[in-house]
Structure formats: C-alpha cells, structure tokens
Design a binder for this molecule. Sequence first.
Ligand code: DAH
Length: 339
Amino acid sequence: MEDRIKALATEVEAFTASDKQGVEQYRLKYISKKGIISELFEEMKRMPPEEKKQVGKILNELKQAAEQKLKALTEMLESSSSSSVDIDLTLPPIPNKIGNQHPLTLTRNRIIEIFERLGFNVADGPEIEDDWHNFSALNFPENHPAREMQDTFFVEKNPDMLLRTHTSNVQIRLMTKQKPPLRAIMPGRVYRNEAISARAHCFFHQVEGLYVDRNVGFADLKQTLYHFAKEMYGKDIKIRFRPSFFPFTEPSAEIDISCLICKGDGCNVCKHTGWVEIAGSGMVHPNVLKNCGIDPEEFTGFAFGMGIERVTMLRYQVNDLRLYSENDIRFLKQFHTVI
Ligand code: DAH
C-alpha cells in the first residue's frame, strides 16, 4: 500500500494539463469522491490499526499534495487564458480624442488657402502698435473724427501706443519694408473698446489684404473678391460693392454677400436686408503709398479688411460672437474642416 501511495505521489507531481478538460480529468481521477485517493482511504479503513496510522499519514500527505496540484493547475490555466484573450490586431485603433481646431482658425486657414493660390503671401505685425502705423500713416489726420470711428484702447503709460484697432497697420509695416510688387494677406487679432454683445466684442479678428503693383485697378479688386466669395461659399453666392469711406482708400467700398442664413428672405443676421457686410476695401490712397516711400505715380494698389468672425458666422451659421471666446467645449467640438 505504501508503495502504491508513493507511486501515485510521483504521478500526481508529474501531471500536466494544457486545458480545462485536462484539469477536470485530473480532478476526477485523483480527487473526486470516486477518485483513486478516496478509494485508498476506503481501503485504509479496513486495515489493522497499527498499519492504519502510518498509511493514514502518507495518504493524507498525498491528498494535500494532490489538492494543491489541482489549485496550481487551475491558476496556471486562468493566467494563461487571460493573456490570450481574443485580440484582433488587425482592427483599426480607437482614435485618441485630441480636440479639434477652433472655428476661427479653420476659417482663417481656409482664407489663407484661397489667397495663397492667387499668389498672396502671409504677413503679420504687432498687436501693440504706435499711432503712426495704426492711424497717421493710414491717412487719418490728427484730431480727425475718423479716428473716432474706431474706439481705441490706449496704453496708459504711453498714449502714443495702443492696441491695434485693425490689421491695416501691417500694410504700413509691409510697404515700408518691401518694394512693390507686393501681394499679401495679414490675419490677426484686433481690439476695440466696445461693450460685449452678440454682435460686438472688445477683440476680434481680421484679415487684411494688399496688392500693390503697376496698373492695379479696381477691376482687380472686384475680381479677387468675387473669386474669394465663390471659393469660400460656393458658386451661388451673390456679392455686391457699396460706396463707402475709409481715410486710407480712395475710392472705398464695402463688400456685402447674400445672407446665407436666410437665403435672402431677411433675418436678424442680415437685419432683414438679405445682405451681410464682410469686408471694407478700396484703392490704396496715394498719401498712404507716399507715407511708405512708394511713388503713387508709378504704383497703385488695392486693399481690403475682412472680419474673420463674420465670415465664420456665415460659414457655420453661428449667430452670437461671444460663443467664439467662451471656451464651451460643446460649441467648439462641432467644427470640422469643410472644403
Ligand atoms: N481697417 C478697416 C476696418 O477695420 C477695414 C478696411 C477697409 C481695411 C478698407 C482695408 C480697406 O484695407 O481697404 O474697419
């Protein structure tokens, strides 16, 4: 009997199982009520008492070892099956959410793209500007009411410095630095001392455009902006030029496009006119060219300044300017590039 128990102990120790059935077979064979070990216990009961003691001891040891083996086999199976969970490595990964671009950035990039194809470069200039670049060089006379068209934030310690009220300052910086021919667009942030509402904000964004060369005429301005409007809003868009006044252009025009929100029927955004203003424009005033050291007899140019918020508003049908700067994720995550 003792020899049989020892042989069984080696057998149990050497037992291996690679799957559930193997482990179950092991349990049935050795540990279950009808298994070999139980049978041996039965046999042992019929033995003389003096042998029982010795056999009982090694039989109990065998039982414990067999139970431990069962535990080890089950654990091994569980850990190996958890590492071989069904993973389909050919599936595309779940994309990380990394946010998306701000609607104003999307529009600015689209504007740049359209003008770059027409040969315009991108330029920029400072947001904290001096009076000369923001006003005087642009033909705003000293103490002229035209300066009051734009409510300016001045720097308290130096009233000659201000937060630029438009991107037209970059025109001046460009024309004093480079000789014509010049063709550039200048996107950037501008500031005005205005009460914040759905239609006005104390900061917003513009894109300035400038084209100076020999023989640049108003027809070039019109054609360029027609092209822009069709690229941005599709070929059915209507565009019109309205006579206007800016100190730095002569003649000047405001540019309206047909309202995309009500399709011309009249709504709040177009103030029931069916038209929305998106830009100011005109032929660069000879004084401005002179201020920058360019001979107006030799060169002419056109310029325009477009509101990026306004363009975006019509592009995505947003009707409140404040949404752009409130950082509300529910608003911001709705925008994707549209081409
Ligand atoms: N600077 C003007 C504004 O902020 C917009 C503008 C109008 C820019 C006419 C121009 C232009 O370059 O030619 O209201």
